[in-house]
Design a protein around this ligand. Structure first.
Ligand code: CO
Length: 477
């Protein structure tokens, strides 16, 4: 029996522990050695890296991909793609999605892991079809794992079957919050293998302390691929250590094809990187946060709610808010708590408690979610909540991106009119991030300096979408 190892150190690893700040120059020197270790695939791109690279590090994200590709010959390269949101925070029109996927393949990417925060498969369709059209090596459709009365094994199998209909090559169980228990991992993987028949990849964050146990049970149930990070960038909000998983699986008779001696050399390198990036590391993200097991609230969301309450001098209301969160989540169709829905639910719960009347005040984001602007919620939203939140407005029933006009050519023309001569890849930086992308293309961004105090840089920052400022988080995804 063989199990493939997917190493996430260069994407999810540093996104989870170093606020996504690892510089390309700190990745390149180890790649040629790492490439010989027998890892199936390196996740090196996507998620928050595209945004953070140009916004804070003055790095061209495309250049990072090309430089990595030059040095990695044996191992596949993969990225995390947020469906119709690509690597940003809103739905982009189909022409931008198609162009982005095409350019990503041209720049050397092999495997697309695609997800949607609501598990609305319509939001994955254009990305999957584009990846097929331009002959990506491998397309992996993801299921965001969460716990709710409507998120049954049958429901996950149903979503996986919808993905299979779009002819994905494998299914990823994506456990962003570390909620996947060993028992569920076993039962879910067994059901997916039996009912869907595609290879299964399990992705579980160490947040609650269960991930190693869950990966092992997943492998026992037939998982084909598991996600890990090199030990110096593992555990905490990151993932189980690559070396330990390889050792444990080999001893149990699973062939991973990975050479532990090479990994130890790679480890030496990342020990130094961890020291270098210590300023980015919040000590709390290195230990398990078992609150998630009780409240089923991801750690990042917990801290957000506490700081919101502190600002309002209402920390004594925390208990009430913690009781309100599951109610709001139920009202909003049991959305998985992952960016951006975790913020939407958290903020609305705080408002409901502080105003003393539920949905007397609603945020624009709550309204958009109820209106269907993010996609279809896992469970339908009741008429009562719809009326309270939307008033007379009617929700949409189409796929949100159906309402968007093409953008690529328009953006390209805007850049030309500004006298900026850029490649199609660079036009995409501007399409995705009109404010910071433009600054970057004009050469107006400076690389931030390394923080001197641990935890000084948080995983949160403000982005501007259509003139309005939003707080986003680069917390584990
Ligand atoms: Co992740």
């Amino acid at each position: 029996m063989s199990v493939k190892i997917v190493d996430l150190t260069l994407r999810d690893g540093h996104q989870s522990l170093f606020a996504t700040r690892m510089r390309t120059r700190d990745m390149l020197p180890i790649l040629e050695i790492f490439d010989n270790a027998g890892i199936y695939s390196f996740e090196v791109w996507g998620g928050a890296t595209f945004d953070v690279a140009h916004r804070f590090l003055n790095e061209n994200p495309w250049e990072r991909l090309r430089e990595i590709r030059k040095r990695v010959k044996n191992t596949q390269l993969q990225m995390l793609l947020r469906g119709q949101n690509l690597v940003g925070y809103r739905h982009y029109p189909d022409d931008v999605v198609e162009k982005f996927v095409k350019k990503t393949i041209e720049n050397g990417l092999d495997i697309f892991r695609i997800f949607d925060a609501l598990n609305d498969v319509r939001n994955l369709e254009t990305a999957i079809k584009s990846a097929k059209k331009y002959s990506a090596n491998h397309i992996q459709g993801s299921i965001c794992y969460t716990i709710s009365p409507v998120h049954t094994i049958e429901k996950y199998v149903e979503i996986a079957n919808e993905l299979a209909e779009l002819e994905v090559d494998s299914i990823c169980v994506k456990d962003m919050a570390g909620l996947l228990s060993p028992k569920m991992a076993y039962e879910l993987v067994r059901a997916l293998k039996k009912e869907v028949g595609l290879p299964v990849n399990v992705h579980s964050h160490y947040t609650s302390g269960m991930a190693s146990m869950s990966l092992l049970k997943a492998v026992e149930a037939g998982a084909d691929m598991v996600d890990t990070c090199m030990s110096p960038i593992s555990m905490g909000t990151s993932h189980p250590p690559t070396e330990s998983v390889v050792y444990a699986l080999s001893e149990l008779g699973y062939d991973t094809g990975v050479d532990l001696d090479i990994l130890l050399e790679v480890r030496e390198y990342f020990v130094k990187i961890r020291e270098k990036y210590a300023g980015y590391l919040n000590p709390l993200s290195t230990i398990p946060d078992t609150r998630v097991l009780v409240y089923q609230i991801p750690g990042g969301m917990f801290s957000n709610m506490i700081s919101q309450l502190q600002e309002q001098n209402a920390l004594d209301k925390l208990d009430e808010v913690l009781k309100e969160v599951p109610k709001v989540r139920e009202d909003l169709g049991y959305v998985p708590l992952v960016t951006p829905t975790s913020q939407i639910v958290g903020v609305q719960a705080v408002i409901n408690v502080l105003t003393g009347e539920r949905y007397k005040v609603v945020t624009k984001e709550t309204k958009d979610l109820v209106k269907g602007m993010y996609g279809r919620t896992p469970a339908p939203i009741s008429e009562e909540i719809k009326r309270k939140v939307l008033g007379d407005e009617e929700p949409i029933t189409v796929r949100p991106a159906d309402l968007l006009e093409p953008e690529f050519e328009k953006r390209k023309k805007e850049l030309e009119e500004m006298g900026l001569e850029v490649s199609e890849e660079e036009v995409l930086i501007y399409c995705l991030f009109p404010q910071t992308g433009l600054k970057f293309l004009k050469g107006e961004i400076k690389e931030e300096s390394f923080p001197s105090t641990a935890g000084e840089v948080s995983g949160e920052f403000e982005v501007e979408i259509d003139g309005k400022k939003y707080k986003v988080s680069v917390n584990p995804v």
